[in-house]
Write a protein that binds this ligand. Structure first.
Ligand code: EPU
Length: 422
């Protein structure tokens, strides 16, 4: 299993430029939605280096899609020549929860599917109750048999009304995909307006779907007969951008992240600014440098446009170096502080009580042996290792490779003293 050995910076921090990849959480629903189209769709700016994208390619192929990868150009072409298989096997859902996204697309196109039920994951329980209740409002019935959810709209998907009890990102994408070819009008309320969901809406509309916002979190969808294949550029990955900005924040360095719309990170950039980072923003790039001491922060995670839960572990690592006491409240997942014990192993003081984490800065970090246990905590541990004295060994970095393209090379490029060992 691959490990990273990282030696902390002495005085000068990271320097350089990173080109942001296409967003993992945008491309996965876009790929799933390819099932709805009659002909070929082309996706550009695809983060082909991420393992989740590789898994989604295998999943789509298992259902019968033809997938062409043009690696050098970061392009995926997906063609549906024959009827898809309607069974989504457990092995795809167990390694990548986003596998549930094909459920909405299969239902939208074929009015039925059988999908392995996802369990919890390291972030806590990951229920799909909202997805299922929403499908019911679209004329579907479902039952669970041997770990698989069997869903059927016997008389076809019919437009309906569903209001999400709580904002759900993949829930919103699934319900949109199930509705775009439905018979009649669907209204979805309290939807996620994360940039990745808006990218899916843009893509579907480009193929002929009729989706309109009639409120800040409400959309109206008129079912259409079919969707025409077309070409689409995936938006930049805001979480990847934030992660690399944090490398300069924690090491007193300077970094520029290109190919990212700064509007996707307004809440997060405000926090980095408030704790003492200098930030220069232009439409498609963000530059961060830090000379001053870091100040403490108090944040709560929330759905977009609030502070993203996916950015929280990296901010927690940065705050171990701030002066004073910081408080984070995680409002989305019940178990998102998995980086904390590893940071504590390096010398950080972090106390967790329920959904709140209190970080007492400014502690000296020392290199240590660490284990990463989910995607974002991998980057948080990498950040702490960069700011620690001595060398850290980070095990199970494969978690990070699920969602960060070129992780090792990018870190090397900005001056991180990193070695890879298997
Ligand atoms: N929830 C329910 N019932 C449901 C669905 C969700 O109670 O049927 C709850 C969840 O338990 C959670 C909250 O609603 O408390 C939000 O969950 P959501 O459904 O929005 O999460 P998700 O769609 O499964 C996506 C991202 C995650 C990201 C979350 C929150 C993808 C593929 N995944 O997950 O990304 O953390 O939204 O923004 O888009 C990551 O990239 O590291 C990652 C975990």
């Amino acid at each position: 299993m691959e490990r990273f050995l990282i030696k902390g910076f002495d005085s000068k921090g990271v320097r350089g430029k990173i080109n942001c990849s296409g967003a993992k959480n945008a491309v996965l629903p876009l790929m799933a939605s390819s099932i709805l189209f009659n002909d070929t769709i082309t996706l550009k700016n695809v983060p082909l280096g991420t393992n989740d994208v590789k898994t989604m390619v295998v999943l789509l192929k298992s259902l019968g899609s033809k997938v062409q990868i043009i690696k050098k150009k970061k392009i995926l072409k997906i063609t549906n020549k024959k009827k898809h298989k309607l069974l989504v096997k457990y092995k795809y859902i167990s390694t990548m929860r986003a596998g549930v996204l094909v459920m909405g697309a299969l239902l939208g196109k074929y009015n039925k599917c059988i999908t392995a039920l996802s369990g919890g994951c390291s972030l806590g329980p990951r229920p799909i109750g909202f997805h299922l209740t929403g499908f019911k409002k679209l004329n579907c019935k479902y039952y669970l048999k041997q770990g698989y959810i069997n869903i059927l709209a016997k008389n076809g998907i019919k437009g309906g009304l569903y209001s999400f009890p709580k904002v759900s990102v993949t829930g919103t994408s699934n319900l949109i995909m199930a509705s775009v070819l439905a018979n009649g009008k669907t209204i979805l309320k309290n939807i996620s307006i994360e940039p990745e969901v808006l990218d899916l809406i843009k893509f579907l509309k480009g193929g002929g779907a009729k989706i309109n916002f009639i409120g800040k979190r409400t959309i109206k969808i008129y079912g259409v007969k079919n969707l025409e294949g077309h070409s689409h550029e995936v938006i930049g990955d805001r979480i990847e951008a934030f992660s690399y900005l944090c490398t300069a924040a924690i090491t007193k360095g300077k970094i520029k992240v290109d190919k990212i719309n700064s509007k996707y990170l307004e809440a997060e950039l405000k926090v980095l600014k408030n704790i003492g980072c200098n930030i220069k923003v232009s439409k498609y790039s963000i530059e961060l440098s830090r000379k001053k001491k870091l100040k403490q922060a108090k944040i709560k995670t929330s759905p977009f446009p609030g502070f993203a839960t996916d950015c929280m572990p990296m901010l927690m690592a940065v705050l171990t170096k701030s002066n004073g006491k910081s408080v984070i409240e995680e409002k989305i997942f019940t178990n998102r502080y998995m980086a904390a014990p590893e940071l504590v192993r390096m010398g950080a003081t972090i106390n967790i009580k329920g959904s709140k984490a209190t970080i007492i800065g400014k502690t000296k970090l020392n290199g240590a042996d660490c284990i990463s246990s989910d995607l974002r905590s991998t980057f948080a541990i990498i950040l702490a290792a960069m700011a620690a004295e001595g060398t850290s060994c980070i095990r199970r970095v494969y978690h990070g490779l699920r969602g960060y393209s070129n992780l090792y090379n990018n870190l090397k490029k900005i001056g991180v003293n990193i070695k890879r060992k298997s």
